[in-house]
Design a protein around this ligand. Structure first.
Ligand SMILES: Cc1cc2nc3c(=O)[nH]c(=O)nc-3n(C[C@H](O)[C@H](O)[C@H](O)COP(=O)(O)OP(=O)(O)OC[C@H]3O[C@@H](n4cnc5c(N)ncnc54)[C@H](O)[C@@H]3O)c2cc1C
Length: 392
């Protein structure tokens, strides 16, 4: 596979890399330990136009392809994966509205996402159902010009600060198969408040890592949203599952890029520490056992990056990309986890200290194994797709 970047891609990635080296890496661990929302960094990302990266220029975005977006996410995650988490809701919402929204939804909402006037969240998971999406219980019932929503959502990243929530609910809970009774909604709400009929308990759900951005519950109890908020309008009723699966496939490329970024960060730190730290009269980088670890880490990081770019390009071409996205997500996130541990090993006791970065990689990496479809589910998708091909 060709790894050649266009001049535009190279310039954008270089600008994000500079931002990460200059502004993000020096403050990320401190913000992370304080679980503080990175307001200043997010503002710079907004000024750079990153929230509108994939939104077409006619709606005020940069109009970049998913492959360039993946490279941006990789760079941000090299600094701190939370930054790509803050951006991901907007990316998923913009993708779904662009692909499946009505003209009115596109022209009204996309410019606000591009300028970050609106932040977005993506809400599918419930307390009893994550992987098994068709088992969700949140119900939206038509009542005149509105839908009335009741049910509980879980783990909604950006749930408090978001001005729109892409919400999956059942409009026909008795439908067989269940996915034909599921509908997507663009729920609009005032950020940082609990509107009537919707409780958002703050300060969110406590987490091992992925700090600095809130992950919340959304408790709907008779929340009213206009019928015009159905993603895709009247025609979108019953198509929510399909629409959300297309969104999540994009999300998988994004999580793969985060994995590649963490794998790279862990490698960079390991190399620089191994060159400085001495044991038995020489830098530990001169001990072969350490070199073997560095070689494995570098190979994983590079393979993660290439698989991510391949998946992003396939997705950008508009072709079916579940196999490539699944492989990239699976491999890159396992690479992040393994590199985080090896980085810690190379740092010895300091790797376990809160003063050094490996502990942060070590806490951030596991989420990537679980989110946007667990790695067990990715393996099922990969195998299913290969077997389908073999049978065809
Ligand atoms: C910090 C954080 C942020 C998140 N942000 C969001 C968000 O913004 N929006 C959102 O909608 N969700 C979000 N999630 C939820 C996340 O997507 C789910 O946790 C994930 O999909 C897994 O679902 P689950 O937790 O219910 O696990 P389960 O589905 O209960 O899975 C538990 C275990 O069983 C395995 N398993 C399940 N089914 C199978 C099967 N068929 N075959 C083999 N193994 C299987 C899984 O791989 C896993 O190991 C977030 C989660 C976290 C922790």
């Amino acid at each position: 596979m060709s790894d050649e970047l266009t001049t535009e891609q190279r310039e954008i990635v270089a600008a994000v890399r500079d931002f990460v080296d200059r502004d993000v890496i020096p403050v990320a661990s401190e913000l992370e330990h304080a679980d503080e929302y990175p307001t200043a960094l997010v503002e710079t990302m907004r000024e750079m136009g990153l929230f509108g990266a994939t939104i077409p220029e006619e709606y005020g975005g940069l109009g970049l392809g998913v492959d360039t977006y993946a490279l941006i996410v990789l760079e941000l995650s090299r600094g701190w994966p939370t930054l790509s988490g803050v951006m991901n809701g907007s990316f998923m919402a913009a993708t779904m509205i662009r692909l499946h929204g009505t003209d009115e939804q596109r022209s009204r909402i996309l410019p606000k996402l591009a300028s970050m006037e609106l932040r977005a969240a993506f809400s599918m998971t419930e307390p009893h159902a994550g992987s098994d999406v068709q088992a969700i219980r949140t119900v939206a019932t038509r009542d005149g010009d509105d839908y009335v929503i009741s049910g509980q959502k879980m783990w909604v990243t950006n749930g408090w600060r978001a001005g729109i929530v892409m919400l999956l609910a059942k409009t026909d809970p008795s439908a067989v198969p269940a996915h034909t009774g599921m509908t997507g909604f663009i729920v609009e709400k005032e950020p940082e408040t609990s509107p009537p009929g919707l409780q958002i308990p703050m300060p969110g759900l406590p987490k091992l890592g992925y700090k600095g951005v809130e992950s919340t519950e959304l408790v709907f109890d008779g929340f009213r949203t206009p019928a015009s908020s159905v993603l895709g309008g009247e025609e979108g009723v019953g198509k929510g599952f399909k629409y959300f699966m297309s969104g999540i496939e994009m999300g998988r490329v994004n999580v793969a890029a985060r994995g590649a970024g963490v794998a790279r960060a862990a490698l960079d730190d390991a190399i620089s520490y191994a060159r400085e730290r001495e044991a038995f009269g020489k830098p530990i980088a001169r001990h072969q056992a350490v070199q073997l670890m560095i070689a494995k880490m570098a190979t994983r990081a590079e393979a993660a990056r290439l698989l991510t770019i391949q998946a992003a390009r396939k997705k950008a071409s508009g072709e079916r990309a579940d196999l490539e996205a699944g492989m990239a997500k699976y491999f890159a996130t396992e690479a992040a986890q393994e590199n985080a541990l090896d980085c810690m090993r190379i740092h010895g006791g300091y790797g376990y200290s809160l003063e050094y970065r490996p502990e942060r990689y070590y806490r951030d990496a596991p989420l990537l194994l679980i989110g946007e479809g667990s790695n067990e589910i990715q393996q099922l998708i990969i195998a299913r797709r290969l077997l389908e091909r073999a049978e065809a």
